[in-house]
Ligand binder design. Structure first.
Ligand code: 5FX
Length: 536
């Protein structure tokens, strides 16, 4: 780790987020106040790439890619917007960033020289358009690599063995399986590739003018890295493609410094030459930092189109059946776990529409007319094929208090069943991957609803806090910029909690009713049994 020195008196810290649909930035000061935000939308601001939602879907319905040059142009445009707004680049002490997880950027043997030799006076894109050995970067929405996943699990001793080694069973979107597919189907492109970056490490590479390392946290989303040794696993590399360790390069802890911003940004935009670039990471790890989940037992439940449950944990407990374990992005000795549900807010809205209510307020009042535990009635609302656990049969399954399947519930029971079912499922599947909440931070649209928060708090038996999640990945990257910069300055690892000491606390929204919690605990086995039955 390089020691840093900065003469900047009122430092600013920049968090960049290269997400699927756009490139955003959140800027904070040393007291962690947000002082500015800027954004570029790929479809609207860069229409020449003809993306929809930032991506291209192939006709096979499985292959999904994005043009990596678009990400370069987006950085040009974003910095230009900031310059036009008079942004004080010279005050930036450190930058870190976030990238959509799993996506990869394939660079040819001209890339390193081009990155190192950038000249002020013309755009990044005009100088870097020739550096890609693949003009279409595979991204996380791609699901075309089932054959490669099957091979990986067979060669490494099964799904659970892959999960134990890399943190997750083989998933189609994970980078190793994407690399294996490209090596098998397009060996020429693989041969002409000198370096394979993640979206996160690629964006950092632009800033430092060299290949930036992949961080251990985003590296955990590749099915290639041992989550325990935090090094590439030779077994996992061997069943992917030859010569891969060289192409992937270095791995670094997420708080380490990747380098200084290169001269191009100093001359072109007025950055301080001492401005540090802290290693970039994935969007989910950055959200963990942005939501300040620094202690074991700090869990966030994000209630969005898809629901996500994630949090910090001390010991990894990988499971082939659900979720992912990543190395923790703010504590190199800890881990984070994450599970995702496809049936989130659209499913809750579907159930609300089944009940004759006009608003979420009326829906909440209706839920309150059915007792906690719903008199043993349990419902499964599978509008979309579910991934946690895998339930491919869509439909609604309702079970009466005696365990018999029934055709309908009263409206009040229906309204309550979807909420209780979703949180019971999160409790069961979260615990299988080691998530044991001490507190929950609820984010996303439905987190403003007091009834939702009450059921969540009672099911888990812990207090629930509420917080902002808009731009949590970019904000997390800005926090990590402060963290990495401080560690660099001190020449040692500083706990992330020390960095966040001045951040305003989240607001408590519910304390659990422990009698209700006991009732939910008593329902867990029956819920799991019924769920097994419908999962088949
Ligand atoms: C996580 O595993 C995912 O695939 C997504 O959340 C992407 O990171 C979105 F960018």
């Amino acid at each position: 780790m390089t020691t840093t020195k900065s003469d900047i008196t009122e430092p600013l810290f920049v968090g960049l987020d290269s997400s699927t649909q756009g490139l955003k930035t959140v800027i904070i000061d040393a007291a962690l106040n947000v002082t500015g935000e800027y954004g570029v939308n790929f479809d609207e601001d860069l229409p020449e790439f003809k993306t929809e939602g930032g991506v291209h879907h192939d006709e096979d319905g499985l292959t999904v890619t994005s043009p990596p040059l678009m990400w370069v142009k987006a950085l040009d445009l974003l910095l230009r917007k900031m310059a036009d707004d008079g942004f004080p680049f010279s005050r930036v002490a450190a930058i870190s960033g976030s990238g959509q997880q799993h996506g990869s950027v394939w660079l040819n043997d001209k890339a390193r020289n081009a990155l190192q030799g950038l000249k002020a006076g013309s755009t990044l894109a005009s100088q870097l358009r020739g550096i890609f050995s693949l003009k279409r970067s595979p991204i996380w929405m791609d699901s075309s690599t089932t054959a490669q996943c099957e091979d990986r699990e067979m060669m490494l001793g099964g799904a659970q063995a892959v999960a134990e080694l890399t943190g997750s069973r083989a998933y189609e979107r994970f980078t190793g399986n994407q690399i294996a597919k490209i090596y098998q189907q397009d060996p020429r492109s693989y041969d002409t590739t000198e370096h394979i970056a993640l979206v996160s490490s690629f964006m950092a590479s632009l800033l430092i003018g060299d290949y930036a390392p992949i961080d251990t946290s985003d590296g955990s989303g590749m099915n290639l890295m041992s989550i325990r040794s935090k090094q590439w696993s030779s077994g996992a590399l061997d069943c992917t493609a030859p010569g891969l360790a060289y192409r992937l390069g270095e791995i670094a802890a997420s708080h380490e410094l990747a380098g200084k911003v290169q001269g191009y940004f100093v001359e072109e935009f007025g950055f301080d030459p001492g401005c540090d670039v802290v290693v970039f990471s994935g969007d989910n790890p950055n959200s963990l930092a942005g939501l300040r989940l620094q202690h074991t037992g700090d869990i966030a439940i994000s209630l969005g189109t898809s629901d996500t449950v994630f949090g910090s944990l001390a010991e990894p407990k990988p499971s082939a059946d659900e979720g992912h374990i990543f190395v923790n992005p703010v504590d190199p000795d800890a881990y984070m776990a994450m599970i995702c549900y496809k049936n989130g807010s659209l499913t809750r809205e579907y159930v609300r529409d089944l009940c004759s209510v006009e608003s979420w307020k009326e829906y909440g009042d209706l839920v309150d007319t059915s007792p906690v535990g719903n008199e043993g009635q349990i419902g499964f609302y599978i509008r979309e094929p579910e991934i946690t656990p895998t339930i491919l049969n869509t439909g609604v399954h309702r079970f009466g208090g005696n365990g018999q399947e029934v055709d309908s519930f009263s409206e009040a029971a229906e309204a309550r069943a979807v909420l209780e079912g979703q949180f019971l499922s999160m409790r069961i599947h979260g615990s299988k991957i080691g998530l044991a909440p001490a507190t929950i931070l609820a984010t996303g649209g439905a987190s403003v609803d007091p009834t939702v928060i009450r059921v969540m708090s009672d099911v888990f038996g812990v207090p629930v806090f509420v917080g902002e999640s808009a731009n949590s990945a970019a904000l997390g990257a800005a926090y990590r910029a402060v963290h990495g910069w401080t560690c660099g300055k001190e020449g040692k690892f500083i706990p992330f909690a020390d960095i966040l000491a001045t951040a305003p606390p989240f607001q408590k929204a519910a304390d659990p009713d422990m009698d209700a919690h006991a009732l939910y605990t008593a329902m867990l086995d029956r819920y799991a049994e019924l769920e097994n039955g419908i999962a088949g």
